[in-house]
Design a protein around this ligand. Structure first.
Ligand SMILES: *[C@@H]1O[C@H](CO)[C@@H](O)[C@H](O)[C@H]1NC(C)=O
Length: 251
């Protein structure tokens, strides 16, 4: 037996000898979407699925008995974590291509990431969620699309890839929100995270998780579209209760 294979089989043995609690990411986020507050568990006692509480210490499911199709009732009095959402952030599109300093909040909040054909530069956007309650945890940016109407518009042309970077603060009401005005709130060591991909968006109501963000009374970030390629890249998303970006947090 080669050393490599030996190491691999010992790992398997190790894994098999302990109760397995696996919270795989994809399934975990699916749980969260279909049943907020739940987490995916796959236990050696047979429980597998979305549960509010760890079911792995429950008595094993009998292999001959009926297979439960619903999660077991939560037996403890512990209240599940509540997930809240904040919609309609203040949104500022930063049109670097024009010299104009952009400090007017748009009439209808929207995110417009625009790289015109032939250009190598994309507009960016600054979003801020205000009044995040004290004690909020696990802040996360999400987005969703819904059937288009007068208010809801979700348009993607060219690359649907976009990048995010959290800001350390946000210009006050008397400061200018612009390419230059944002500089003092940018963390120079923070990388742009390639965390948003709108290529698979649909007009069916769907929601998608984006990057995790540090919580604070204000949660602010920049979004930038892809500047790759010769063609037009455009992501235009209105921000309503049911369309566009929203923040989730736990309390
Ligand atoms: C949605 O926004 C895009 C980009 O601004 C625009 O071209 C399109 O006409 C809008 N769609 C509707 C239905 O208003």
């Amino acid at each position: 037996m080669s050393t490599k294979l030996f190491a691999f089989t010992s790992l398997l043995a190790l894994a098999a000898s302990r109760p397995t609690i696996s919270t795989r990411r994809a399934e975990s986020s699916e749980c969260w979407q279909t049943n907020p507050g739940t987490v995916f568990y796959s236990c050696s006692n047979g429980y597998k699925g979305c549960f509010y509480q760890d079911p792995c210490s429950l008595p094993p499911l009998s292999s001959t008995g009926p297979t439960p199709t619903t999660p077991p009732p939560t037996t403890s009095s512990e209240t599940p974590v509540e997930i809240h959402e904040l919609t309609k952030p203040r949104s500022f599109n930063i049109y670097v291509l024009s010299e104009a300093q952009h400090n007017v909040q748009d009439q209808v909040g929207h995110v417009d990431l625009n790289k015109p054909e032939g250009s190598a530069i994309t507009t960016t956007n600054a979003l801020v969620f205000d009044n995040v309650p004290a004690g909020a945890k696990n802040c996360k940016l999400n987005w969703r699309s819904t059937a288009p109407n007068d208010e809801n518009n979700f348009t993607v042309k060219g690359s649907g890839q976009a990048y995010t970077r959290q800001l350390t603060g946000f210009p006050s009401k008397t400061e200018i929100v612009s390419y230059d005005g944002l500089k003092k709130y940018q963390d120079p060591s923070a990388e742009w995270s390639p965390s948003l991909d709108f290529t698979g968006w649909t007009e069916q109501p769907t929601s998608h998780g984006g990057p995790s963000l540090e919580c604070g009374s204000q949660v602010a970030l920049e979004i930038k579209g892809s500047d790759v390629g010769e063609g037009e890249n455009r992501v235009f998303i209105t921000l309503t209760e049911t369309n566009g970006f929203y923040l989730t947090y736990e309390l």
